[in-house]
Design a protein around this ligand. Structure first.
Ligand code: NAD
Length: 305
């Protein structure tokens, strides 16, 4: 079977080596399309692919229509909002992600961003510490759980809300479970976002919600830019000069946010999963999932059932 690795932003070389070893070791063929600059290159490369491994690459109806032999697409990573899962289902193409493989990488970045922000972006002036502060984790999935683990090491007082994860699971992890996202924003000094971008969550981080935060509140976003209502957050940050917004996903309104000097920071490019370890973990997991599908029909990680 022909397995295409299509990555506009390539995997680390060591991850590509690992993927190649897995795919070829199972008797399949690996084809690489890295750093493509035009969607036409992708449309051409998928023509005869039986399987595809992607990162943040957009798998649109046009890509799925061009891929006549495609049976499975694996997103090496957690969020799969870049893939048209419904259209893939219509076409009988299985879509999978590789949950949990990059969650430690994202969780560590959350703390890099938090320390940077509370120390005033290293401008030489006295900042504050994280110890004893209330951290709210919005969504207790793979990343949220890792954030909770690290937060305890910092001596933070950790709270979480998840719409689908039972409260007992949160409490068992030594974290205080709250009943709503509103309660999380009201209670916590810092709220770290780990919700996926879904119809329910898109633009859900809005004026009213963030305005519930105490003086000096900070929102850290390593989830998706789509979950933020950007015009409303800008309006609120104009009115409340105590609030900070720190993100790993550059907002569409980056230039407008940039006027909040000392209260806004965005990584220049999404950095959450950008570690050699996460690249290797997610890439190899994707390769193994494809091999398992071709060998035994295994669809354990399918997200478009
Ligand atoms: P996950 O699937 O393990 O966890 C998501 C959690 O969100 C689940 O526990 C689910 O119950 C909860 N949830 C879903 N809808 C909710 C809602 N409306 N309100 C509250 N909770 C809700 O995913 P993960 O691995 O923890 O990743 C979380 C998100 O982080 C991903 O969807 C992705 O968008 C983003 N992410 C970003 C990077 C990055 O590079 N910055 C890397 C990995 C993941």
């Amino acid at each position: 079977m022909k397995v295409l690795v299509a990555t506009e932003k390539p995997f680390a070389a060591v991850a590509v080596e690992g993927i190649k070893k897995e795919i070829e070791g199972a008797g399949n063929e690996l084809v690489l399309l890295e750093k493509y600059t035009d969607v036409a290159q992708l449309l051409d490369a998928v023509k005869d692919a039986d399987a595809m491994i992607v990162r943040s690459d957009k798998v649109t109806p046009a890509v799925l229509d061009a891929a006549k032999n495609l049976k499975i697409v694996v997103r090496a990573g957690a969020g799969y909002d870049s893939i048209d899962t419904a259209y893939a289902k219509e076409k009988g193409v299985i879509v999978e992600n590789t949950p949990g493989q990059n969650s430690n990488a994202v969780a560590e970045l959350v703390f890099g961003l938090m320390v940077y922000a509370v120390r005033n972006f290293y401008n030489g002036k006295a900042g504050t510490e994280l110890m004893g502060k209330k951290l709210g984790i919005l969504a207790f999935g793979n990343v949220g759980r890792n954030v909770a683990r690290v937060a305890k090491g910092f001596g933070m007082d950790v709270y979480a809300y998840d719409a689908f994860c039972p409260k007992e699971v949160i409490e068992e992890a030594g974290v205080k479970a709250v009943d709503s996202q509103e309660e999380l924003f009201k209670n916590c000094d810092v709220v770290s976002l780990h919700i996926p971008a879904t119809p329910e969550t898109k633009q859900s981080i809005n004026y009213n919600l963030v305005n519930m935060m105490k003086k000096g509140g900070m929102v850290v976003n390593t989830a998706r830019k789509e979950v933020i209502n950007e015009p409303e957050l800008i309006k609120l940050m104009e009115e409340r000069t105590d609030l900070k917004y720190i993100t790993d996903i550059k907002p569409d309104a980056d230039e407008e946010f940039a006027k909040f000097e000392g209260r806004y920071f965005s990584t220049p490019k999404k950095m959450g999963a950008q570690t050699a370890e996460a690249n290797i973990n997610a890439g190899i997991a994707a390769a193994k999932q494809i091999n398992a599908y071709f060998k035994d029909g295994c669809t354990k990680f399918q997200v478009n059932k």
